[in-house]
Every structure is written in structure tokens, then in C-alpha cells.
Design a protein around this ligand. Structure first.
Ligand SMILES: *[C@@H]1O[C@H](CO)[C@@H](O)[C@H](O)[C@H]1NC(C)=O
Ligand SMILES: [Ca+2]
Length: 148
């Protein structure tokens, strides 16, 4: 019995921290619930298009080292030079957290940090993939077929 309880707990802990690849519409609903639709003027399509091109919706994505030595973490590829601390090199740590919190399956804190990023004057231009693949495009495909 004790062993089973321990095994169940262990499974839960692993499940909670496990990487996840979000289905598009589930991410759309999650972002909507978090108030991202229209946040600083950006549509759900902007956020979903950005997340797709940054991480392919994979919460465990860690980018290759950038030229400044920093890395990008998680579904929104949040950068360690400015927004989180990875214990390597200089960081402004704007979201005041460890980058490891951006590679688990709970994206609540990732969303909060993305909101912080977009409040900066650069807005969504902070995400190179958004500028390259989403900015100024027709983004209707990113919420198409989703029950929102
Ligand atoms: C965007 O594309 C969809 C279908 O691809 C189309 O129905 C819609 O009218 C387009 N919106 C704009 C603003 O062009
Ligand atoms: Ca997280």
C-alpha cells in the first residue's frame, strides 16, 4: 500500500513536470483564459503563431546558444539574458525566476513572463520568429477550427 502510494505520488510529480507539446486549440483556449486575446493589442493568432515558430508548441524547447551566450527557454523561447536566470552569465532576470521554470508543462508562469516581455517598448518584436513569420500576416489559420 505504502509503495503504491509512493509510486502514485512519484508518477504525479513526473507527470506534472513532464514536457508537453500543446495541441494548437488547447493552447488557444489556455491563452484566451489567461487574457492574452487582445493583450497589448495582439490577437490570439499572434501568440499562437509566435509559439509555433519559436518552439513548435513544445514546452521543453531549449534554444541553441545565442551570440551573446544566452539561451531561449520553453514554448515562448524566453531569453536568459533579459528575462530569467539559467546560472550562466549575466541576466537582467526581468521575470525574476529560473529559466528551468520555463521548460516544464505548466505554462502559467511562461504566460505571465510573456506578458511582461510584451509590455516592453519592443512589444512582440522581441520575438524574432514573430517578426519574421507572423507580423502583418493573416493569422486566422492559427485559431481556425478551435472552439474558443
Ligand atoms: C484571412 O484568411 C482567411 C482564410 O484564409 C479569409 O477568410 C479572411 O478573409 C482573411 N482575412 C483578411 C483580413 O484578409
Ligand atoms: Ca512553466
Amino acid at each position: 500500500m505504502k509503495i503504491q502510494a509512493l509510486a502514485a505520488l512519484l508518477f504525479l510529480l513526473v507527470a506534472v513536470n513532464e514536457a508537453r507539446v500543446f495541441p494548437k486549440c488547447e493552447l488557444a483556449r489556455r491563452l484566451k483564459r489567461a487574457g492574452m486575446s487582445g493583450y497589448y493589442g495582439y490577437s490570439l493568432g499572434d501568440w499562437i503563431c509566435m509559439a509555433y515558430h519559436e518552439s513548435r508548441f513544445n514546452t521543453a524547447a531549449v534554444g541553441r546558444r545565442n551570440s551573446d551566450g544566452s539561451r531561449d527557454y520553453g514554448i515562448f523561447q524566453i531569453n536568459s539574458r533579459w528575462w530569467c536566470s539559467n546560472g550562466e552569465g549575466k541576466t537582467a532576470n526581468g521575470c525574476r525566476t529560473s529559466c528551468s521554470n520555463f521548460v516544464n508543462s505548466d505554462i502559467s508562469d511562461d504566460i505571465e513572463c510573456a506578458k511582461r516581455v510584451v509590455r516592453d517598448p519592443n512589444r512582440m518584436n522581441a520575438w524574432v520568429a514573430w517578426r519574421k513569420y507572423c507580423k502583418g500576416r493573416n493569422l486566422s489559420q492559427w485559431t481556425r477550427g478551435c472552439r474558443l
